[in-house]
Design a protein. Sequence first.
Length: 95
Amino acid sequence: MARDGRDAPTQHPPTKGTKNPKNNEIFGQIETEQRKLAYLTAGSFISFLVEKYGEQKLADLHNSRTLNYKRVYGKEIYELEAEWKSHVFEELHSI
């Protein structure tokens, strides 16, 4: 019972696929397999940026806290995404 005499709301643990406030705001909303895929995809993109443009550019982007890709890389994120996808496909075809 709450201090004001009313019944306290029942606390239930989050069910699969629901938002868990203990998790990251974004990743808490998606299923485990999708979360794994998101991490792998993000890792691939970050690795590409470091390989092609260097660690300093990535550090600059991170430190800017604005994620202004155009200012740091001289290209919009959709342009970088297209370069990354081409890079991934080239890597796959060279296997």
